[in-house]
Design a binder for this molecule. Structure first.
Ligand code: TMP
Length: 206
């Protein structure tokens, strides 16, 4: 039996991390086998790459280094975690996947999208989420929310203009793939959003 692959996406402070945990708990209670994972990270090697990417000490990282490191983490994640779990029939929920690279490195940093898609082809070998939940929120509100919750990492320290470009990048991506990507208004309450996500996912499963 093939599993189901779900990714959660959005700019900083949109609430996707808490919602991915709530969905995971819901599906476990319903008896599904579920793995909740994240990018960058998800593996021992991926976590080391995550540290490199997010450390504020690495301010001098070039956009291409950044692009390649996110993809290096992803290659490891797909091989070690995502594919084996899907083959065993798990629901795999990942907090970020390829759309983050398109939005942040493509629209945010301005790297040519055709380069990003070529690397994606090599790295994913065609693995794509069945469903993507995209949390949309105003960039300034998202950043403010996040700053109250955790210490800022290297990308969060980018100016608001960067985060606005990332947000509009995500909205472009939805317009290209409305079947796969479901847009959620992240300014709504936690419970309301959770029920919407449950109904999107259960509609897909049933
Ligand atoms: P987060 O998982 O805590 O949101 O942190 C990951 C950061 O890395 C976040 O700022 C988004 C960024 N990111 C990219 O720029 N490109 C990517 O491909 C991924 C997966 C994340």
């Amino acid at each position: 039996m093939k599993g189901i692959f779900i990714s959660f996406e959005g700019i900083e402070g949109a609430g996707k991390t808490i919602q991915s945990k709530l969905l995971c708990e819901y599906l476990l209670k319903k008896g599904y086998k579920v793995i909740l994972t994240e990018e960058p990270g998800g593996t021992r090697i991926g976590l080391k790459i995550r540290e490199l990417l997010l450390s504020v000490e690495n301010k001098g990282m070039t956009p291409v280094t950044e692009l390649l490191l996110y993809n290096a983490s992803r290659a490891q994640h797909i091989k070690e975690v995502i594919l084996p779990a899907l083959k065993r029939g798990f629901v795999v929920i990942t907090d970020r996947f390829v759309d983050s690279t398109v939005a942040y490195q493509g629209y945010g940093r301005g790297i040519d999208l055709s380069l990003i898609y070529s690397i994606e082809k090599v790295v994913t070998g065609g693995v794509k989420p069945d469903i993507t939940i995209l949390f949309d929120i105003d960039a300034e509100i998202g950043l403010k929310r996040n700053r109250g919750i955790k210490k800022s990492d290297r990308l969060e320290l980018e100016d608001v203009g960067f985060h606005k470009r990332v947000r509009s990048g995500y909205l472009e991506i939805v317009s290209k793939e409305p079947e796969r990507i479901k847009l959620i208004d992240a300014s709504e309450g936690i419970e309301e959003i959770h029920s919407k996500i449950v109904s999107i996912v259960m509609d897909f499963i049933n």
